[in-house]
Design a protein around this ligand. Structure first.
Ligand code: URA
Length: 209
């Protein structure tokens, strides 16, 4: 799984353990997700391109490092991706934001697009796709198909939990897309939930059932 980075930082792992507990209330779950997503965003932006600018400090001028290129694009896969968005924006407030809405067709079981709104000049931006649960990998792969169709060339995928099945599917469909996650869990169950997982991420962050 060479595309996969697991962030083993103690703070990430401690917060994730709290999120997994079934009795963690909605407000804590949401807050923990916001905190973890900031830490995961730190990791996924580790190797952004840099250039130099001339800076005058109170003491002298020098060439200082700065981020190169256009503002990043954060793409939330609705609805659970929105749970990662705020924490990533806390770290990268100037990022542009887009949304991809997909539902699963009951007959074909394939993802169908119902919403797609992304920032312009996608081909010139580093695009970070957000979805907390990489389960089957089908919606992630479909979302990235759409982003590539819209011109995106440099895409990364940020999730909280991944299943081996999802990593395999996404990496096979998009070998150029690095995946960053807090944990690689054991497997999917027969209804597509990640085990041991944390349940339905959308329901847990929004208090729906
Ligand atoms: N989506 C979720 O919210 N949870 C899972 O375990 C799998 C997909």
């Amino acid at each position: 799984m060479e595309n996969l980075t697991i962030v083993e930082h103690p703070l990430v792992q401690h917060k994730l353990t709290k999120m997994r507990k079934k009795d963690t209330p909605t407000n804590h779950f949401r807050q923990l997700l916001r905190e973890i997503s900031l830490l995961l965003a730190y990791e996924i932006t580790r190797n952004l391109n840099m250039s130099e600018v001339n800076v005058e400090t109170p003491l002298e001028e020098f060439q200082a490092p700065t981020l190169d290129g256009k503002k990043l694009a954060l793409i939330s896969i609705l609805r659970a991706g929105n749970g990662l968005l705020d924490g990533v924006l806390d770290l990268i407030p100037s990022a542009r934001v887009g949304f991809v809405g997909l539902y699963r067709d009951e007959k074909t079981l394939k993802p169908v697009q119902y919403y797609f709104k992304v920032p312009g000049e996608l081909s010139e931006r580093v695009v970070i796709t957000l979805d907390p649960m990489l389960a089957t990998g089908n919606s992630a792969s479909a979302a990235i198909d759409l982003l590539k169709g819209a011109g995106a060339k440099t895409i990364r995928f940020l999730c909280l939990l991944a299943a081996p099945e999802g990593v395999k599917t996404l990496s096979a469909a998009h070998p150029d897309v690095p995946i960053v996650t807090a944990a690689l869990d054991r497997q999917l169950n027969d209804i597509g939930y990640i085990m041991p997982g944390l349940g339905d991420a959308g329901d847990r962050m929004f208090g729906t059932k």
